[in-house]
Design a protein around this ligand. Structure first.
Ligand SMILES: Cc1cc2nc3c(=O)[nH]c(=O)nc-3n(C[C@H](O)[C@H](O)[C@H](O)COP(=O)(O)OP(=O)(O)OC[C@H]3O[C@@H](n4cnc5c(N)ncnc54)[C@H](O)[C@@H]3O)c2cc1C
Length: 292
């Protein structure tokens, strides 16, 4: 099938793109990498009257290390997110997660902004944004605003973004020195969207006790989420084999996935338990006192 007719715009600056969005509003759609919007246009699930191609807006393809946080522009491709030295050093969880998205060709085209706005509950980048407490930067002709990723994401293809607004970037807090991290997912075939994905960071004190755990899960509800009750339970514990199993079981008990025709809720819960335990084992594997 081919897309319904639309007027194609190729603005040369963010200001020009914002002017087009202000003019056409809900009748327009921004085009990032086209890895989600392309198929939706072809299947006529999206039929915008105006398509505003962002691909000339090189000012949105940027990675800036601000010290306490790393700013990643909305047009930054997944491959660059996975490989940029500023991200590998400052936000390694983000880099590792981006490297697992789809296939190489998809990572060469797909963008951070597109992934956030598409808001698939199992997508890697929204999950990491929620887990790390990132902020989404939004701009329109009316001004700029910043919104926490956890508030920006509402459900698949539903985000806190007005018709005249563009996502211009995301600010990720730098991960503290010495913090351990792991990203893991389960999908039916390599390159498919995850059924369930888990992102975590862990800080241990000198005795091997947990100082801080951040645990995010995707694919278990309308949006990726932090399991804060499990994070709090973990503090002060030494993550030996029994503790890891206990935390993983608590993670599985903390979610309420729904049955769907392809994946029973229990299967997702089992995946959360397995992936959480695997990720915790991986980040503590070099710590003799805590491994079993
Ligand atoms: C075979 C296949 C496998 C895939 N596997 C995965 C996977 O495993 N994990 C994963 O996360 N993704 C996966 N994807 C999706 C891919 O990562 C997309 O790149 C991503 O979902 C959307 O990014 P995009 O830049 O292509 O956005 P587009 O498709 O161009 O746009 C998506 C939506 O975002 C809007 N948009 C884009 N940029 C902006 C902006 N700056 N401001 C406001 N609105 C904007 C568009 O209007 C549209 O509504 C897969 C895609 C394919 C085709």
């Amino acid at each position: 099938m081919k897309p319904a007719a639309f007027t194609f715009h190729r603005p040369g600056s963010v200001d020009e793109a914002l002017a087009l969005l202000a003019q056409h509003g809900a009748a327009a759609k921004a085009l990032g990498g086209g890895q989600s919007l392309g198929p939706m246009l072809n299947m006529r699930l999206a039929q915008p009257e105006h398509l505003i191609d962002l691909n000339d807006l090189i000012e949105l393809d940027r990675v800036i290390d601000h010290g306490e946080w790393v700013e990643v522009g909305a047009l930054t491709r997944h491959h660059r997110v996975a490989t940029a030295p500023e991200i590998r050093q400052g936000v390694p969880l983000l880099a590792d997660a981006a490297a697992t998205i789809g296939h190489y060709a998809i990572r060469q085209r797909g963008t951070l902004g597109g992934s956030l706005v598409q808001a698939d509950p199992a997508a890697q980048l929204p999950l990491v944004a929620v887990t790390l407490g990132a902020d989404v930067m939004v701009r329109s002709r009316r001004g700029r605003r910043t919104v926490a990723a956890a508030e920006f994401l509402r459900a698949i293809m539903s985000v806190d973004l007005a018709g005249d607004e563009l996502v211009t970037g995301v600010c990720f807090p730098r991960q503290p020195d010495g913090e351990r991290w792991a990203f893991d997912l389960f999908s039916r075939r390599h390159g498919d969207f995850a059924i369930v994905a888990v992102a975590l960071t862990l800080q241990l004190d000198d005795a091997g006790a947990i100082v801080a755990l951040r645990l995010g899960v995707g694919g278990v509800g309308p949006v990726p989420m932090r399991l804060t009750a499990v994070e709090q339970r973990a503090v002060g514990l030494v993550p030996d084999g029994d503790t890891i199993l206990d935390l993983a079981r608590n993670a599985a008990a903390a979610i309420t996935p729904e049955d769907d025709p392809l994946v029973p809720a229990k299967y997702r819960r089992d995946l959360v338990e397995t992936l959480t335990a695997r990720a915790l084992r991986r980040v503590t594997a070099d710590w003799p006192e805590v491994t079993t």
